[in-house]
Design a protein around this ligand. Sequence first.
Ligand code: PLP
Length: 367
Amino acid sequence: MENKIPFRVLMGPGPSDVHPRVLRAMSTPLLGHLDPAFLTIMNETMDLLRYVFQTENKLTVAMSGTGSAGMETVFVNLVERGDKVIIGVNGLFGTRMVDVAKRCGAEVIEVHAEWGSIIDCTAVEEALKQHGDVKLVAVVHAETSTGVRQPLEQLSELVHMYGALFVCDMVTSLGGIPTNIDEYNIDAAYSGTQKCLSAPPSLSPVTFSERALHVMATRKTPVQSWYLDLSMIQSYWGEERFYHHTAPISSIYALNEALQMIKEETLEAVISRHTYFGKELQRGLENLGLSLLVEEGYRLPQLTSVCIPDKVDDVVFRKRLLEKYGIEIGGGLDSLKGKIWRIGLMGYNAKQTNVALILAAFKDVLT
Ligand code: PLP
């Protein structure tokens, strides 16, 4: 395999580079998925996930599948046919949540904001007032399609005032910015392993509050997905250890190691590192005369969207970065296609050498 893989620095919207320790963890021998030694690794992984999610939530596990599997897990378990659901749409992943919720039979009320802006609390309140009896409100914490960081605290208070559950997409935020699950009373969140956790794509960490557990326990209809039904998944990750499906052993080794590394560095230091190098990159790009899509104050440190200057060809530029420097960055999606580049400094990649490398490569290829 090695001769098929060219040198790359993954500085796009994910996957990000995986630390060698995590790669080594993946190549350790398999254990049976009910082996007591593996069960210890699972327990440890749940504890580490609680640490990184900043929660005491009992139901905190890693679903098999990528971030989208986590998204489906949240919706299929919390939503029943006919439920009213409000979704903030300010980028591609809000749009995806709408699609998933509709497939669950929800009556979806979309609250839109321009791509590159945050979802406005007042607009959500209007929707809550107008529709009444809303089951849940969902937003994307770190919109990877635009680089926007959605403030959560006030929104969470508002949603709970109206008796709804508050759900957050934390695929790109977990391990990069604080998620504050317990402090902000977030009822359900899902993430991915391939962004700021610096593990390969394959698992989706999820966490659910007691309120969310109650909603699941009092469902009138069975969860439409067998594979993602948390009542069964809990019995495998929980004390019963009932076989449900074969756990992706090597991926769980990788996640465990990646989380362990965050614990060793401390979450606080990991978050400060992302903040520091994100700002360094953003300042450096502005010094090159480039402008950033997102207003200061709402920029993610781990994903920066930069406007493509007139007269620069998006595809030619990215091809040159890849061929000359081995650097991968992302292009814009949908309405932002050809208008922005997306640069990731996620997890292991949030470091000085990468900031210096990308700024030097940008300077070279732009001139
Ligand atoms: N949500 C957000 C914010 C994402 O960035 C992504 C992936 O980039 C997803 C959901 C979907 O995750 P995956 O591609 O791992 O299924």
